[in-house]
Design a protein around this ligand. Structure first.
Ligand SMILES: [Ca+2]
Ligand SMILES: [Ca+2]
Ligand SMILES: [Ca+2]
Ligand SMILES: [Ca+2]
Ligand SMILES: [Zn+2]
Length: 581
């Protein structure tokens, strides 16, 4: 009843080859995927529907000139964005990983449409600021929709790289030679091939036994030799990987494929880094990717060493809950459980911004099953279009749950080099993307993991627990900072790295002077670690689910202001009176 419905006029609609024009309405729908242009319209529609709570920023531009948009959700009545713990969420740094964009968009939509209706949501909006960049690799997303692709292509940035060092850049990509909008695979009848038809499903092939004659040879991705150099598909778009070029712990291309020529390669990557560094209140970061069913924390390579124990506790709390929020997901460590990367985004945010960062890998192949989940079989060799039980189940899922939308049957084709071949296989909107009918569940659960983390950003209360006259003209003030959430006011890694100044607790009075001050280590035995210089300023951190207490000996009279200032946890102020009793 309170729902605002916003119609974008026909004039604003984007018409793109192969994409149906669509009215973007709020509340948004999550039974389809949004093209780059539709994503932009949806962000603008949310902003138009909730002008009080949102603002839209143009963070930067991609190599091809597309704008990277951010949606900021902040309630101005509860304070300026920089005064609140910032929750940053992005997706689609890999261009093909499009549902990561929908997770971001859904999160925004869910928060905004339920502000003032759902108490927990109202609370996180009032207490936090959300910075949401649904599409990092805007060129990649655009090309993924427009061009024929495999489920894994158009992943990188649009920076040309000469993969085969022939002096030509991106000159021979896979080609949609049968014109069905997908890059699938080619196979050829071959009496000496090492594969034969799977007796249970003729679309699949299985390896022949030793001594047996085969039936098929796989010829790789669909395509021709565009530049006539005697190789087929040897130099496709890119490859510079947005997630290998953040300017910390970066390694050059000879160490790691996907690195650009220098750190912060990618105009959009550099723009996002600058944009984030201008928002030092960001304490929680989510970066969504699309494959594996995981929540990953750093570090991204072994030599970085383990994180401080205090931070591991925070990650464990968030990660183990995320595992329950999204059944099937595993909470893991990047380098140890997945693979090593250098110049990783979350290493950048953890070390340079002092945030807690989780990577969400969204798609779980085990959800595409027909009948009983065959999870134990899911890891079975899935080479050459599939050899296992899991692939047979996925094909049945395709046949009977998606009416064949995910898979192209093998069809004959006359290839200029190979002659008679067959082309077929999984389409681009498969294998790493849930069918749209399953999207709602995926985006909601992952948005819930973000909201859970937002609820766990530091919430610091400042209280004066004692103001007592202890001598002529001398007072003792005791102050307590309590944090009721799991995240500390400053990460232990940021403290260790000296990434930025500590929180400051200060005492100030026009007719008062702080004689001494320090942290109380034992309140019962009156033990205090006094700070030698400038005792009116104390550097502190408030631990998660914890407290710190400070004592100040003050001479003078009148009103004294006590102020706590934290980059991540905001500012708190209170006053106390020095008076004769
Ligand atoms: Ca080349
Ligand atoms: Ca094709
Ligand atoms: Ca070629
Ligand atoms: Ca080609
Ligand atoms: Zn990815």
């Amino acid at each position: 009843m309170n729902r605002i419905i916003l119609f974008i006029t026909g004039a604003l609609l984007m018409f793109l080859p192969g994409l149906k024009a669509q009215e973007i309405k709020v509340p948004l729908r999550f039974d389809h995927y949004y093209s780059y242009e539709q994503m932009v319209e949806a962000i603008k529609a949310l902003n138009a529907a909730f002008p009080e709570l949102t603002s839209v920023q143009q963070v930067g531009k991609s190599e091809e000139g597309r704008v990277i948009y951010a949606l900021t959700i902040n309630n101005p009545r509860t304070g300026e964005p920089l005064s609140k713990p910032g929750v940053y969420v992005d997706g689609n740094i890999h261009g093909n990983e499009i549902q990561a964009g929908e997770v971001c968009l859904y999160l925004a939509s869910r928060l905004l449409n339920n502000y003032g209706k759902v108490e927990d949501i109202t609370e996180v909006i009032d207490r936090n600021v959300f910075y949401i960049i649904p599409v990092v690799n805007v060129d990649g997303r655009a090309h993924f929709f427009i061009d024929a692709n495999t489920p894994s292509s158009n992943r990188g940035l649009r920076i040309p790289v000469d993969d085969d060092r022939d002096g030509l850049f991106d000159e021979d990509a896979p080609d949609d030679i049968n014109g069905d909008g997908n890059i699938t695979t080619m196979r050829k009848k071959d009496p000496l091939g090492r594969l034969k038809t799977d007796p249970e499903d003729p679309r699949l092939m299985i390896p022949v036994k030793p001594g047996e004659f085969g039936e098929w040879t796989m010829l790789g991705q669909e395509g021709i030799d565009n530049d006539g150099d005697g190789q087929i598909n040897e130099d496709s778009e890119g490859y510079v990987d947005g997630n290998r070029n953040w300017g910390i712990y970066w390694a050059p291309p000879y160490v790691q494929r996907g690195a650009g020529l220098f750190p912060f390669s990618g105009t959009g990557i550099k723009a996002i880094a600058e944009w984030m560094l201008a928002r030092p209140n960001i304490i929680m970061v989510f970066a969504f990717h699309n494959s594996g069913g995981m929540y990953l924390r750093g570090p991204s390579f072994k030599a970085a060493g383990e994180l401080p124990q205090g931070d591991i506790s925070v990650y464990d709390y968030l990660g183990k809950n995320a595992e329950k929020i999204v059944p099937g997901y595993k909470y893991l460590i990047s380098w140890k459980d997945l693979y090593t990367t250098y110049g990783d985004f979350t290493d950048f945010t953890d070390n340079m911004l002092g945030s807690y960062s989780l990577v969400g890998e969204l798609f779980q192949v085990s959800t595409e099953t027909y009948g009983t989940p065959a999870q134990e079989k899911e890891d079975e060799a899935r080479m050459f279009g599939g050899t296992g039980e899991a692939d047979r189940a996925r094909l049945k899922f395709n046949d009977h749950v998606t009416q064949g939308e995910l898979y192209k049957e093998w069809k004959s084709y006359k290839h200029p080099v190979y002659g008679d071949v067959e082309i077929g296989g999984w389409v681009k909107m498969s294998s790493r993307l849930p069918h749209p009918f399953m999207l709602q569940d995926l985006v909601h659960r992952n948005a819930s993991a973000v909201i859970f983390a937002a609820q766990n950003t530091p919430d610091v209360k400042l209280e004066v627990i004692e103001t007592k006259k202890i001598d002529a003209n001398l007072y003792r003030i005791r102050v307590r900072l309590v944090n009721s959430k799991s995240m500390p006011s400053m990460s232990y890694l940021a403290m260790k790295n000296k990434a930025y100044p500590f929180d400051i607790l200060s005492v100030n009075g026009t007719s008062a002077k702080v004689v001494s001050g320090g942290r109380i280590t034992d309140i019962y035995f009156d033990k205090v670690e006094y700070k030698e210089y400038r005792p009116e300023l104390q550097f502190c951190q408030v631990p998660g689910f914890g407290k710190v207490e400070y004592q100040f000996i003050v001479s003078g009279k009148g009103s004294v202001e006590i102020k706590y200032e934290s980059r991540k946890a905001g500012t708190r102020k209170t006053t106390t009176e020095l008076k004769e009793k």
